[in-house]
Every structure is written in C-alpha cells, then in structure tokens.
Design a binder for this molecule. Structure first.
Ligand code: ADP
Ligand code: MG
Length: 656
C-alpha cells in the first residue's frame, strides 16, 4: 500500500468529508478526463498514422450496476502506464489543484463551495465513492494495471485482473466507482439509474466533443402476428441499445445566420428554465490571441426572484466544451444581471481558481465585450423595436437605474440613454434625448415629478403648472428614480444640429429638476412680481399661518402659477417629498430625513381672499382652521399621509 503525498491527502480529506451538496460534478470531472485522454490519442493518431488508429471509434462509455453499486466511466483513449497511474493519480500533478490546496490549507472544509466551481479533477470521485478502481492500459503497453484506493489509507497498483483490458489493442481506462450507501443526507442511489446519469451528462457534459454513450433500455412494439384477430392488442418488449447521450456540437459555436431562431428559443428554454422565449438572442465569436464563442439571451419575462437576494447573476462558462461554472458572475455587470447565456473559450483554464478568475485578464476582456454587445443590442431594440424595448424596460429597467445609483453616477454616461420615462405631455415613454430634443428654446432643465402613481402625479399643481407653461414633465414612479437623479444631477445632451422646426444647441448639461421643489417657479416675471408684492403686503398673514402650523412647515408664502389649485406643498433643500416617502417605507424609516416643506398659496385663488378676510376680522380660530385644511389637502394631492386624518375630517366638517 502506497501513501498519498501530503498535499493530495489534504485534498482527499476535503473531498471525503465534504458536506458540499453539489457532489454530482464528479461525473463531469471523470468525463472531462476521459475526453482529454481521447484528445491525446487523436493527437498520436495524427502524428503517427502508422499506428492505424481509427478515430471514428473514439468514445466515452458509461455503465452502472445497481446491485454492485458501481458506476464505470470508460474511454478508449491514450491510457496510463504503471508510472503514470502512480504519478498522476497519486499526486496532485496539476497546477490548478496545487493552487487550490494552497488557498485552502488554512480552512479545510470551510470553503467547500470551491469544489463545485472549479475542476478539482479525479479526486472528486471520493465525494460519492468509498472505493475507486482504475484499470488502464497505455497505448502500446504490454500490460494493463489496476490502481485502487479507498481514499483514506493510501492506494495500491497491481497488474490488472483477468479479463480486464486483456487484449493488447484494448488501450484506454475504466474508472470504477463503488458508491457509498445512500443515507438521509446523501442520496447516491440517484446516480445508479439510467435517468440519473443521462441527466448529469445533459447538464454538465452535453457539449463534450466526443460521444458519451450508454446502453439504455428501450421499449418497442412487437410485430403484429400474421394470424392476429380483430381484437389484437399490441404487445411491447424491452430491448437494449447503445445511445449517445450528449449533443456534441454546441449551438453557440455556430454562426447566428446558420441557426434557426426556433432552435435558439428551444435551447434557451431548456437551458435556463424559462417557458417564454427570449426577447433577443445575441451570438458572437472571437478568434485570434483570445478566442471564444458567446451566446446571450435577453429574457422575455422577469424571473420571479430577480430582485431577491437569492438571485445569482452569471453566464455559463465552458472551456473546451467542458462546463467549469454554471454561473460565472464576473462575466456580467450587476445592471445586466438579467442576461442569460454561455461563454466558451479554450483559452480559459479548467482549473482556474476563484481568485484568478477575477484577475484573469482573458475573462475580463471577454466580460468587456459581453457588456458592449448587450449595450448595443439594447440600443438597437430601443431605436428599432420600441414595443419590445418597453417590455424589456418594464421588466428590467429598475436594475439599470439601480446601476447608475449604486455606481454614484459613474455609470450614468454609459446608461443614461437606455432609460425611459413617462412623458406627461406626450403620454408615452421617452428617453432623455427625446425629451431634450422636444424642449422649447428657453428651457434649460429637465423637469420631473416623482411619486407612487402616474395618474396622481399628472394632477399635481406643480406638474400642471409646468405643462401650462409649455414644459414637459417626466413622471417617475420607480422608487429608485429620484435617488438615481441625485447621483446623476445632469443629463449630458450632445450638440444638436438645427432644423426647420428646432434651433440647434451646443452640447450642454441639463439639470434634472423636481417640479415640486420650492425654488422652482414657472411664473412669468410679471406674475413673480405680483406674488412678491402679495407676500410683502400680507406678511402678517403668512407669519400667523406659519405659527399655527408649527414644525410642519419651514415657511408659508404666496407663489404665482398654481393655476386653479389654492395651495401646494413644495420641498426646499436636498430631500424631496417623494424621497422622504420612499425612505420612510424602507428599513431605515426611523432615521428617514424629512423634507423641508413650504406651504405655497395661490394669491389669485378665491380661497386666498377668505384667508385675508379672516385675518382682517381678527378671527384667528378661523384662520387656523383654514390654514390647517389647506395644508392637509395639499398633502393629499401630493400622495402624502396626513398626520391626523381624524382632525382633517373634523376641520372639513366645521367648515361645511
Ligand atoms: P487534470 O485533469 O486537471 O489534470 P485530474 O485530477 O482530473 O486533473 O487528473 C489527473 C491526471 O490523471 C490527468 O492529468 C491525467 O494525466 C490522468 N488521468 C485521469 N483520468 C485519465 C484517463 N481517463 N485517461 C488517461 N489519463 C487520465
Ligand atoms: Mg481532470
């Protein structure tokens, strides 16, 4: 009995004691080794035609025996000599695992997640097997050898038994796993079935380029006997057939022009568990220093868990047709986390470790191209298929806005033109660019209103006043909208050439401005003067109202341009009413900053006359009542909660 090298022992311990749930990857590892062995044989076949190797016979074969509890993975590849069995299976011969071992030396058993993410090779067999026997005959060797280990004590190498790869031409390897018994925590029985193995091959090794075959049981109708009567019922019989389980040609390697959209749709649905077909399919390829194939999809509907913390973004990462990661997060920026797809590159190492994955320059280069491709596809959809784009926006727009917000605006330049907002004037979704192009000449800001519902926003005095003055307003109803605007501050409008309808403009920054902010006033100069005059004349009235309302407002004043609304509430300073509302519904409600509220009165409204009359008559109670009702109803119009609804109802009753 030989001992494993110490570093191998550590890895083995990790494997055997693994509580990792994704044990099923063992098959992927064994198939990938078998596929490598076939590749090495192909290479020999090409180099030495005199060997007369028939490449068309190269295959990987799976078999299982329920009673003996074994799974056998065989290949007719290059095989291993006695020394190779000793060196390759007795040591960690490959660099990836070496790095893995170093990273995990201090916290064995903790970071087991890594097992599922990266190729850890042959040793993963010990996650499911109590004993592994490897019978191998190297190409041209005159003896086959058997390597055997229970993974704990060590391993032995002996000449192979009788009938095991006995023929001199029977080069290749059988890896026989003796599975552990199923327990409550660990179901190994699932692998001892045709269905179980087929499923693993489909999921993890579907695109291995060599055939993966298995004898499967099928059923067929027996031929109808000549003398069958009218009441003959068809009879069935089982038979065995060698079936190729994997598809072998990856759909992502093909050019988009060669593939029917239906095939993409099917591939998408079955691979990503969606029942609706994708909105867009993006396929691209690179050749040269860094070659890869990529196939991406923009889903047609939002996954139910997209906005939950359980949602995992990422693209499937293959290298040389072997899946190394089901969801490689580094390939997608967070704001495109909805994209599904596959990247396949022979230039990415199978044994890549988690750290190097992030630092891997190849992967970073691919990620950059992936991002660009998604971006241009979205632009294309925005410009040429607006209906699709609106659907896309409804499903995934919030994530893009969140991307601008969480990058503190750094991503704004890239993403701003993808945003859509409801235009109050046009009654449809528009981009910033479209908004800016339609602005009247004297407008140099982008106006928006933020709140919970479009229908309500449309009716607020601030929005109506803007519209009355000829300015469009973007009605924003996503909770993140205004927080994103705070990070963006401006929208950068590129220079526009003039035409018959519009005067051109130089490139400029358009400030994003809330129409409900107190320092905004759409009134004309004359109207403003009038309002200032009124405020000065009735200073005592405003002071009195302010005193009655107390902390609720920071000031009371007259403003022009409110139309037929008697009063409105605006916010001064950095926190808008909508932001206050959103924060107060979130987890940090207690510390929610308050908007500084200003009660703005419409001096042209008949109600203002009533206030003045009450003041003149010295009827302070009535003035207080009117002020309180005006304030509360302005809150209602803004969609804000009343501090004391009962008091409001009583006050209205008193007035009636
Ligand atoms: P890796 O595949 O990353 O090298 P593994 O632990 O999976 O690491 O395998 C270790 C080595 O054992 C391989 O590099 C190869 O030399 C040898 N080996 C494993 N399986 C086979 C096989 N079926 N045929 C030939 N050699 C094999
Ligand atoms: Mg391997």
């Amino acid at each position: 009995m030989k001992q494993f090298k110490t570093e191998s022992k550590k890895l083995l311990d990790l494997m055997i004691n693994s509580i990792y749930t994704n044990k099923e990857i063992f098959l992927r590892e064994l198939i990938s080794n078998a596929s490598d062995a076939l590749d090495k044989l192909s290479f020999e076949a090409v180099q030495k035609p005199e060997l007369g190797i028939d490449q068309s016979k190269l295959a990987i074969t799976l078999a299982f025996d329920k009673d003996a509890r074994t799974i056998t993975v065989s290949d007719n590849g290059i095989g291993m000599t006695q020394e190779e069995l000793d060196n390759d299976l007795g040591t960690i011969a490959h660099s990836g695992s070496e790095a893995f071992k170093e990273e995990n030396a201090d916290h064995q058993g903790e970071d087991i997640d890594i097992i599922g993410q990266f190729g850890v090779g042959f040793y993963s067999s010990f996650m499911v097997a109590q004993k592994v026997r490897v019978v191998s005959r190297a190409l041209g060797a005159d003896q086959a050898y058997a390597w055997e280990s229970d993974g704990v004590k060590g391993y032995s190498i002996e000449p192979a038994g009788e009938g095991e790869r006995a023929d001199a031409n029977d080069h290749g390897t059988d890896v026989i796993l003796y599975l552990r018994d199923s327990t409550e925590d660990e179901d190994t029985d699932q692998f001892l079935s045709e269905w179980g193995l087929k499923d693993l091959v489909k999921r993890y090794s579907n695109y291995v380029r060599h055939p993966i075959q298995m004898m499967v049981t099928k059923s067929r109708q027996k031929p109808k006997p000549e003398d069958a009567g009218d009441d003959y019922k068809p009879e069935y019989e089982d038979y065995q057939e060698l079936e190729t389980l994997n598809s072998m040609t990856p759909i992502w390697k093909k050019r988009q022009s060669e593939v029917e959209q239906d095939d993409y749709d099917e591939f998408y649905k079955s691979s990503f568990h969606d029942w609706e077909k994708p909105l867009r399919t993006i396929s691209f390829h690179a050749e040269g220093a860094l070659s890869y194939d990529a196939l991406l999809f923009i889903p047609g509907q939002r996954p139910f868990d997209l906005y939950s913390k359980d949602y995992q973004k990422g693209l499937a990462l293959y290298t040389s047709n072997v899946l190394i990661q089901e969801k490689c997060a580094d390939l997608l920026p967070d704001y495109y986390n909805f994209v599904r797809g596959v990247v396949d590159s022979p230039d990415v190492s199978l044994n890549i470790s988690r750290e190097t994955l992030q630092q891997n320059s190849q992967l970073r280069a691919i990620a950059r191209r992936v991002e660009k491709k998604i971006h241009s596809e979205l632009e294309d959809m925005r410009d040429n298929a607006r209906e699709d784009y609106e659907k896309f926006w409804e499903n995934f727009g919030r994530g893009i806005e969140f991307g601008i917000y969480s990058s503190y605006g750094a991503k704004a330049d890239d993403l701003a033109d993808l945003l859509l907002f409801w235009s109050a004037k046009e009654g449809k979704l528009v981009t910033f660019k479209e908004y800016a192009q339609a602005m009247p000449e004297d407008q140099d800001k982008i106006y928006y209103a933020a709140g919970d519902a479009r229908e309500r926003l449309e009716k607020t005095p601030a929005v109506r006043s803007a519209l009355d003055h000829g300015y469009d307003v973007l009605l924003c109803t996503q909770d993140v909208d205004e927080f994103m605007f705070q990070m963006m501050r401006n929208y950068h409008q590129d220079a526009v050439a003039g035409d018959s309808e519009h005067k051109g403009t130089d490139a400029r920054d358009l400030e994003l401005t809330n129409v409900a902010s107190a320092d905004l006033d759409f009134a004309t100069e004359d109207e403003k003067k009038e309002a200032e005059k009124v405020t000065a004349e009735h200073q005592d009235l405003f002071d009195e109202l302010k005193e009655d309302l107390g902390d609720k407002v920071t000031s009371v004043k007259a403003v022009a341009g409110l139309g037929d609304a008697p009063a409105t509430i605006a916010a001064e300073g950095p926190v808008s009413l909508e932001m206050e509302r959103v924060i107060s519904q979130g987890p940090e409600a207690d510390q929610a900053p308050k908007a500084q509220r200003v009660l703005q009165l419409n001096a042209a409204h008949p109600v203002f006359g009533k206030l003045v009359a009450a003041m003149d008559a010295g009827d302070k109670d009535r003035l207080k009542l009117l002020g309180s009702v005006l304030y509360d109803q302005a809150l209602l119009v803004e969609g804000l909660p009343l501090e004391d609804p009962v008091e409001f109802a009583q006050n209205v009753t008193k007035l009636m």
